[in-house]
Design a binder for this molecule. Sequence first.
Ligand code: NAD
Ligand code: TYD
Length: 376
Amino acid sequence: MNKQFVVDDNVLSQQRYSDKTIFVTGGAGFIGSNFVLEWLAKNRGRVVNLDKLTYAGNLNNLESIISDPRHLFVQGDIADSTFLRGLYLKYSPAAVINFAAESHVDRSIHGPEDFIQTNVVGTLRLLEETRAYWQGLSVSDAQDFRFLHVSTDEVYGTLDPSDPPFTETTAYAPNSPYAASKAASDHLVRAYHHTYRLPTLTTHCSNNYGPYQFPEKLLPLLIANATQGKALPIYGDGANIRDWLYVSDHCDAISVVLAHGKVGETYNIGGNAEHRNIDVVHAVCTILDELHPDSPVIPHAKLISFVKDRPGHDRRYAIDASKIRAELGWIPRVQFIEGLRQTVQWYLQHPDWVAQVTSGDYRHWVNKNYEARSKA
Ligand code: NAD
Ligand code: TYD
């Protein structure tokens, strides 16, 4: 049966939360801010957006909705139980979507502590306060409540070229401190469902790209560097493979899982778009040659520079998204090349956003991560 209507109309998810409040954690980051903007644009209900505003959180992402009465931004930490308790008392959400995390693999290699603190301790405290709140709800509100945890495909580890893609039953084998911390948080979410019956949902998504992504991740880093005539660093031989999903497709998938997912289940989300890093870099360069011919170095591919590999670099990720397609009718809508073009265009049209996020601390990070990587 074709259930594509779920995504096309958003009828059910709209009805479900239209007169309710949801909590979004990490809603000033890349995916969280895209999600909040889309949730409000589609009139799905009110959002309390709680975010610690780490280096990755950016209120400029939310500029267009800052005075929207359906959106309330609150600065705070998911590891702060007192803060969370107060928010639950005040706003009585019908659902929580947990995006808040330390999210960059390279930073987790340089310093894993923050990842344990937010991704593990933070998720535990959030679960604990959520449980206390949920146990105080009426029977019908408790039944309707959802805790959706946004996880990653990286918890499954790495694939060889001929391996089948990750399914929801693939064994966990996290290889980076980031992936290990996300795996730990997934296990806590699972345990809260099995032990306390908290109505949880967990999603595992592949690499996202699109507007508002912080330029420490591959795609926005390439665009920012290429337009300034700076080197385009490729780790190792560039043959590592990622599956790429345009961020709005991920946001749609989360809304669908929230409205229709089966409590206690996990759902893999992917773009069916596996590409080698080197091919992605060439694709970005080709688009930039056309859209930004005034860059200091043309063609942009001249800037490609192979650098020392990331330690423990996972070779390949691939997602089998047949469960979410078969059970909930979700499929990705944006083709990779089309999404890449839109992404490049967005960054070219938002030089102020890029300038703001790449000032200050960003430079320290770039020095720390790239200076020690002599050319391969
Ligand atoms: P991001 O780093 O851009 O944003 C994370 C946000 O969380 C930031 O706004 C930050 O300020 C906030 N935050 C960090 N620590 C916090 C804390 N202790 N309390 C409250 N807020 C805190 O990350 P992203 O790329 O938007 O990823 C969002 C989620 O999606 C993460 O859980 C990540 O693991 C998951 N995910 C990301 C991808 C991807 O490709 N980016 C893919 C799959 C899953
Ligand atoms: P990244 O965007 O950091 O996401 P993840 O590590 O979560 O997949 O990296 C995507 C791929 O690009 C990954 O294989 C590492 C590689 N990469 C580079 O080759 N050069 C870079 O400067 C960065 C940041 C990543």
